[in-house]
Structure formats: C-alpha cells, structure tokens
Design a protein around this ligand. Structure first.
Ligand code: MG
Length: 242
C-alpha cells in the first residue's frame, strides 16, 4: 500500500492543506474487542424471534448504527413503518440479555499493542462507538488500562444520530479539541467508514469480519488492512508517512 498517495488523495478530497496527526479515533466492536460474532448472533436471534428477516450478514452491514436505528431501518424496510419506542426498548433489552449469556468478549488481537504504540507516539487515543452494551463498555478500562480517558469515549448514549452520520466522530473531535485534519479513524464497518469520511477524517479500515474488502473501500476507506495485527505491524511506517 502506498501511504503517501493515500494521504495526498485524502487531502485533495477533503481540501486540507496538511494532516497534522494528534489523535486516533478507534471504533470499538470489531476493532478493540472481538465482539462482532456475538453481536451478529444476538441481533439476528432477537430480530428473527420478533418476526424480522435479519441474518448475521445483515448485522455486519448495519454495524455502527445505534440499536434504535438498526431496528427502525429494518422495520421501515420490512413493514413500511418505524418501530414503536416500546418495541425498540424491548428488543434492545432482549439483545443485551442474549449478549450477556456469552463468555466475556475477548480483546481483539493486536488492539492493545496498537493503542499502546499510538499513545507512545504522543497521540491521544479515543473511542467512538455506536454501542450501547454496558457489558462491553464497562470492560474498556480493565482491557486497556490507562489508555483511554473517560472523557474521550463517545457511545450511543451521547448522540441522537449514530453512524453512518458523522455526528459521533464530530462529537469526539469536539470533546478532544481536535480539527478533522488532526485525527484519523480506525474502523471495521462500512457504515463506520462512511461516518468517519463524512466527518472529514482520514479513515483506515481493518477488515476483521466476513465482508468483502471492496465494501470498505467503496464506503471511502483510505486504506484497508486485513486485521488489527497487520495494522499494528505497519504502524511505524504509517506514522512516518503522516
Ligand atoms: Mg465496529
């Protein structure tokens, strides 16, 4: 991969004169935690029980949306009307309940090493997630000790509109006091990539799930890596390019 070209293309596209890296905004599910197989299983189970057609692949394609938005999008497509607040609440609770029956989610391989490298470079690591799953959010500090300031974590509880809207990333920039040309995004989901690009950020995709790489490129990712260890191994070269 040609990092310099990817950076040049990004600057041209977004109209930035320079990219002065100060922060790295990490998505959580499928980036920091290897949680997507559990989410896919739990969402497809709960939605199917509620009468929706919702496969595991649908979960991956909707990844990044808030729970409410995921349900509403499916309800509009399949029943022609948004879900009621009661239904959304019940389904989100049922999903979290199923999720909690699984063993504790493992950290994504390579994630701890990469966040440490980012911090050692003097950059600020932040988390920007569409998740509203307390079980996982509560495990951030124990799995990444001393790496993420609580004030630098944006979740589904902080925004009205989740990914693919740019709102969560824009809020992270605001919270951290960064401009779009001072931060980059690490995402695994197509809608997450769309959100990062819409916020004006250089967006790196890591393809940790079952989707084709093209889906991430088409969503606007400047670079696509096959895994977190692959990105971690390349970090020094990439940082040099920035
Ligand atoms: Mg994700």
């Amino acid at each position: 991969m040609n990092y310099n070209k990817a950076i040049q293309d990004y600057k041209q596209l977004q109209g930035h004169k320079a990219l002065q890296l100060r922060a790295v905004l990490f998505d959580m599910d499928g980036v920091l935690f290897d949680s997507m197989p559990y989410h896919a299983d739990a969402w497809s189970k709960v939605m199917t029980d509620a009468g929706y057609i919702f496969s595991k692949e649908d979960v991956y394609m909707n990844e990044g949306r808030t729970g409410a938005d995921t349900i509403n999008t499916a309800s509009m497509a399949q029943f022609g009307k948004p879900a009621t607040a009661e239904e959304i609440d019940a389904l989100c609770k049922a999903k979290c309940k199923v999720f909690d029956t699984y063993p504790p989610t493992p950290r994504m391989q390579g994630a701890l090493e990469l966040v440490k490298k980012v911090k050692e470079c003097g950059l600020t690591p932040m988390i920007v997630t569409g998740s509203g799953t307390p079980t996982l959010l509560n495990r951030i500090q124990s799995n990444f000790p001393g790496l993420f300031d609580e004030a630098h974590i944006v979740t589904s509880f902080n925004v009205k509109r989740g990914k693919p809207y740019p709102d969560p990333y824009l809020l992270a920039l605001e919270k951290g006091g960064f401009a779009p040309h001072e931060a980059i995004v690490v995402e695994n989901a197509p809608l997450g990539v769309t959100a990062g690009v819409a916020a004006g950020l250089f967006t790196i995709a890591v393809n940790t799930g079952p989707l084709k790489e093209e889906v991430l490129t088409e969503a606007g990712a400047s670079l696509v890596f096959p895994s977190m260890p692959a990105l971690c191994d390349e970090w020094e070269k990439l940082y040099q390019a920035f």
